[in-house]
Design a protein around this ligand. Sequence first.
Ligand code: NAP
Length: 321
Amino acid sequence: MAKKALITGLTGQDGSYLAELLVEKGYQVFGLVRRSSSGNLDRISHLSDKVQILSGDLLDQSSLMDVITESSPDEIYNLASQSYVPLSWTQPALTAEYTALGVSRLLESIRRCKPDARFYQASSSEVFGQPDESPQTERTAFRPRNPYGVAKAYAHWMTVNYRQKYGLYSCCGITYTHESPRRGTEFVFRKITLAAAMIKLGMSHDLKLGNLDARRDWCYAKDAVHAMWVMLQQDKPDDFIIASGETHSVRELVECAFRCVGLDWENYVSVDPAFYRPDEAVQLIGSIDKIGKQLNWQPQYSFEQLVELMVDHDLKRLSEK
Ligand code: NAP
């Protein structure tokens, strides 16, 4: 019989790639989707006949219990959250409701309705905040520096606690930034690759950025969701860092994106201090030793390949308009 998986955050970047992966692997896939008056199914429209959508919200415990009872999943992937760090400063309480307490509600629903389901929690490198070591490992202390990171740290420890207290198969993937053509344009990687494509096509003329020397550990969302699935196939639940294991600066990203469209970035890019992030995280780089050794996972796409595939995607999409 086909395995069943429930994905929260199905309509998001990771949810859509994970659904594709699980459908390919022969799973029966259910997605928890909250109601939206304007529709939010763009990223999964190509999967509409392959994924069963169930209505629910991380803010509503009874909806979570109903969805878990109805789908009776073998695996549950919690990818839903308020995922944009700057917004967590203007909506800190709502961020905690979704990203922290939402996970409590979900874990409690699993414990009551389907305690043998395997659970993946989307933890984040933002739990490390201003880390005191680099690269970070699964043992690095959490020092979150924004409401999003604080909420993710709470969710992380609740997931670990439900494993220890109730014996749930629950584990956390501490993902570093991961990108794709389905990433929101408010995130700097997509903002840059999209701008390079638009400037090439004459649809825009310049690009304003913050700190060009900021460095990030970026990988491809498809690589990240593969790691999530591998984590739930192990005999014992455990927590792993999911990252590329290397950092690149925003400057390198800009150079690479504009090289892909045959332009000199210095003619188009200017620095605007208004875009500096006040809580700029330093030296966030994940050690992938543990996941490499124990799960034999490593990213399949390089930084340059990721930039190129995102620029190409936007060039093609915008040219078709
Ligand atoms: P995303 O594109 O922003 O998607 C977030 C998803 O959460 C959307 O499907 C959204 O639904 C859903 N959601 C938000 N609030 C909800 C609620 N109250 N009830 C039910 N669903 C709700 O995020 P992503 O990039 O795919 O990231 C997936 C997960 O990994 C998130 O938890 C994120 O915090 C974490 N993470 C991501 C990264 C990264 O670089 N992408 C790095 C570290 C951690 P709507 O469509 O209705 O808005």
